[in-house]
Each structure stands twice: as structure tokens, then as C-alpha cells.
Write a protein that binds this ligand. Structure first.
Ligand code: AVJ
Length: 330
């Protein structure tokens, strides 16, 4: 019933808070200091990310939007195996689902037989998405899940009566290290049955300046998004980070395709983290590494599929060739 569902959601929230504490405790004593980007998405962080997606400098969302809109009918043919088969659309890291709604609308219009199962680490983003999808597509069957990728993968049954199509859009894959990415697809591969699919949005390597600007936008949205992590730690762990004493810095290394976000301490200072009884010293100019956003080559993507037991059966790019949505078939 509803109570059970709410209890489960609360357990997830409690668990996420525990992992934030753990992350802060271990990450801020490392050299260099680090925090994980998975904690960006509290209510305010999710809102800031929505603003980033509308920024003229953050090309990723527009590129992927163009791809999904252009190739929605071809994607549906992939998803139904050309045979109007029923399927479950499981979306990992659904966020506000803006791009996915292009597909949902078209699939509903085409009377495809499918259910939508969005998974997201942000309860706020998920609530909004569920309300929105219910209003726009009242007849669509919805199975939302508040969780992180790791747990949701573990919950993915190794057998299902309905064909599953996993969506992992928006270059969320970019947050993984190369090893984590292999591990992620390996776990998916282990749980999917032959013929089941994964559609992933990969940001492609391109002129380094284009990438650098996307994470250093003119309106300071990425900066605010990055700094919000400190505000969250202040609120949830009783810390006293002075946000004005930290700056945002982005690096892009075109040799390995890694964009990295950092917070930079503007002065020598000490931060107290009440809930952890912890004192964290910062030197002037010292950094906290907060995010990796990896960019891929086509060869890397094909190798990733091959290494983890998938076959690339679809490759869709936008008109600028900035981004690719790629179908992996188990
Ligand atoms: C949501 C992980 C795809 O890495 O591009 C946007 C998050 N970080 N601006 C990305 C983000 C800074 C975004 N992902």
C-alpha cells in the first residue's frame, strides 16, 4: 500500500543522508580533497541543473533533444523489435524527464504497449516528474523508484516477462570513471536477457573550448550548482562553509576527455562540520574535486559495449555531431 511505499522512500532518504556523511568524512581528509557529484541533486541542486540545461552554453541537452525528436520513430522500432512488442522503459537518473517526454508523447500517440519506470536520486525531481507525467499521459502506467543507480541496478531482476529497455540519457554516464563505466554495463549485462536494450546518451569529444564553456557558463549557473553542494552540507550536516569564500573552477583535458569541476578555497580557512564533529582546514587556493564529466570517442563507446557483452545496434547523433544516443543490445 501507500504507507509501505512512503516508508521505503524514507529509508532511501535516510540512507542517502548516511552516505553523504560518509562521503564528507572520507572525502575531505583526502589529498586532494573530494566530494561526489551524486550529492548535487537536492531540491535546489535539481532546480539549478534545470537552469543549466536551458543555458545557451550547455549544449548537451539541446543536442540530445534534437536526436530524440528526430529519431523517435526509429527508436520505437528498436524498442519494439519492429514487432509492436510490449516493453518496460526503465529510466536511470530520470531527473525532470524533459527529454524523455518527447519519447513518451510519441510512444503514447503510436499506442505502443509500454510502462514507464523512472528512477532518480532526487525525491523532489521524481515527485515533479510523476505529477507531470500523470497529468500529461493519464493512461500511461508508471512505476517510479527513488533510488541511486547502484541500488536500482541491484533491484533489476535478472528475469522479466516484459522486455526491458533501459534509458541512461543526458551523459549521466560521464560521471563515472572508466572502470566504473565498465562495471556499470557489466552489471546491466549480467541482469539483462538476450534482446533487451540499453539506450545511453554519450557526450562526444569535440573542440575543447566548446566543452570548457559548457561547464563555465556565462551566467554562473554551473558555479552556483557546484557551490550548492556546500550549502547542502551546511544544512544536512550542520557545517559552516562560507560559500562566498569558495570559487568554481573547471578544467577540460582533451587528451583523456575529462571535464573536471572543482571548488577552490579563496583563502586560508577552517570549516566545522557539526554532525561529524570534524574540523577541516583549507589553504588558500586549495581545491575540492567535485565532478568528472567524461566525453567519449566512438571507438571508446564501441569498446565499452564489446567488453561488457553488448552489440551496438543503433547510433544516433545531432546535426553538429556533438552528442550520440547509442543502442546497446544484449
Ligand atoms: C547531469 C552529470 C550529465 O556532467 O554534464 C552539468 C551535470 N555538471 N554541469 C554533466 C553537470 C555541471 C551533468 N550530468
Amino acid at each position: 500500500g501507500l504507507t509501505t511505499w512512503n516508508d521505503e522512500q524514507e529509508d532511501v532518504a535516510t540512507e542517502l543522508l548516511a552516505t553523504l556523511a560518509e562521503e564528507v568524512k572520507t572525502g575531505l581528509v583526502k589529498t586532494p580533497k573530494r566530494l561526489s557529484s551524486r550529492f548535487f541533486y537536492d531540491a535546489q541542486g535539481s532546480r539549478l541543473f534545470q537552469e543549466i540545461m536551458r543555458s545557451p552554453d550547455y549544449y548537451l541537452t539541446r543536442s540530445e533533444y534534437e536526436i530524440l525528436d528526430t529519431y523517435k520513430s526509429e527508436l520505437l522500432r528498436h524498442f519494439t523489435e519492429n514487432d509492436s512488442q510490449a516493453f518496460d522503459l526503465v529510466e536511470l537518473g530520470a531527473g525532470d524527464g524533459l527529454k524523455t517526454k518527447i519519447l513518451l508523447r510519441y510512444f503514447v500517440e503510436q499506442q505502443a504497449r509500454f510502462a514507464y519506470a523512472p528512477v532518480d536520486i532526487s525525491a523532489d525531481a521524481l515527485d515533479e516528474l510523476v505529477g507531470d507525467v500523470n497529468r500529461q499521459f493519464p493512461d500511461l502506467s508508471l512505476k517510479p523508484q527513488h533510488d541511486d543507480y547502484f541500488h536500482s541496478l541491484q533491484q533489476l531482476a535478472s528475469e522479466s516477462d516484459t522486455r526491458r529497455v533501459i534509458l541512461f540519457l543526458g551523459s549521466n554516464i560521464g560521471n563515472f570513471t572508466p572502470d566504473e563505466a565498465v562495471d556499470f554495463y557489466q552489471q546491466l549485462s549480467d541482469r539483462l536477457q538476450p534482446g533487451e536494450l540499453v539506450l545511453t546518451g554519450f557526450d562526444l569529444q569535440k573542440h575543447p573550448a566548446v566543452i570548457h564553456t559548457a561547464y563555465n557558463d556565462r551566467d554562473g549557473l554551473t558555479k552556483a550548482f557546484n557551490l550548492n553542494l556546500l550549502r547542502r552540507i551546511n544544512r544536512e550536516l550542520g557545517a559552516d562553509f562560507d560559500l562566498a569564500a569558495f570559487d568554481h573552477y573547471e578544467s577540460y583535458n582533451p587528451e583523456n576527455g575529462e571535464a573536471r569541476s572543482y571548488l577552490v578555497s579563496q583563502k586560508s580557512q577552517t570549516v566545522q562540520i557539526g554532525a561529524l564533529a570534524m574540523t577541516v582546514p583549507f589553504q588558500a587556493g586549495e581545491i575540492i574535486h567535485t565532478e568528472i564529466s567524461r566525453k567519449f570517442t566512438r571507438t571508446q563507446i564501441e569498446q565499452l559495449a564489446e567488453k561488457t557483452g553488448f552489440v551496438v545496434t543503433g547510433w544516433f547523433t545531432d546535426s553538429k555531431g556533438y552528442f550520440a544516443d547509442v543502442v546497446f543490445r544484449k
